[in-house]
Design a protein around this ligand. Sequence first.
Ligand SMILES: NC(=O)c1ccc[n+]([C@@H]2O[C@H](COP(=O)([O-])OP(=O)(O)OC[C@H]3O[C@@H](n4cnc5c(N)ncnc54)[C@H](OP(=O)(O)O)[C@@H]3O)[C@@H](O)[C@H]2O)c1
Length: 301
Amino acid sequence: MNTTILLAHAYGQSHVLELEQHILPKLAKSMARIQVKASGINPIDARRMTGELKHAALPQTFGTEFAGVIAEVEGNQTQWKVGDEVLSSGGAFTHATVIDVPVENLIQKPSNINWATAGTLAGVSQTAMTILNEMDPAQSLLIHGGSGGVGSILIQLAVNKGIHVVATASAKNQEHLQQLGAKAVVYGDGLTERLEAIHPEKFDVSIDMVGNEEATQASLKTVKSGGFMGTIAGRKLSSNKIKPVWVKRNPANLKYVVNGIAEGKIKWVVSREYPFEQAQQAYADILDGHTKGKSVLIFND
Ligand SMILES: NC(=O)c1ccc[n+]([C@@H]2O[C@H](COP(=O)([O-])OP(=O)(O)OC[C@H]3O[C@@H](n4cnc5c(N)ncnc54)[C@H](OP(=O)(O)O)[C@@H]3O)[C@@H](O)[C@H]2O)c1
């Protein structure tokens, strides 16, 4: 079976991205072959493209999450069949028309979630659940950069647990933060003072999606002594009191968020949709760091 894969033979801006045709080998043991319908783009994809993060040798492939239809399933396993609609994290890459994925990763796509939404959930859901599990128990949470992919899920998961959430974003995304259940604060000069005004007590926990000095200093000043301060940004910070948090893959956590969305308990925004053929534009846009909710690549049949 043929697949068209997004890949790059060099580091650089989005012009390094190419679509290449490949023939897939025989399906390996415990794998399913998926016709991809939608695949979310995460900042990490674009950061790998530029070479800021070097996780793999060149040429490199991209994409960590998808939704699609099973085209072939290997061997004896009985849980899945051809035609099933599924979503999850990928195997090696997901920005491709056809991909091979370990069956243990798969969860069923609820019929009332559209493809664009389903294709964007795996990375942010599992990241937000990891954060929530590592910060437990807390009654108040500060999120730096709450209007993007991870923040939009994390706010709601935390609020649903009764945690008081204050989140930052630019002025244009304040209403979005409020609709998700957070108290909203604009980042920029005077951030610490605005946080103290809206939340005079110290926070139990802060989590940083941005990785800049402003967020670092604001956490150091507004989180209680001994309170957990984390960052998922993967950037070098000036204080080692801010601890890195890395996503832990866990299909049960993904299922929890997917069910919440299917039942209408968790809101979700996909603000930018691109045909797969426009991947260069999609990657150029995500480098701006201001995605509201998520960006997604859509694949034609
Ligand atoms: N450690 C891990 O395992 C892990 C997992 C997933 C993601 N990540 C990383 O975590 C980061 C966040 O991911 P994401 O998907 O949520 O990103 P995203 O969708 O691009 O969201 C970025 C957020 O940051 C805000 N922002 C931009 N500039 C800011 C500034 N100067 N100060 C404060 N906030 C600012 C944006 O708000 P406005 O648009 O309003 O400016 C938006 O809310 C990325 O760097 C990603 O690579 C790490």
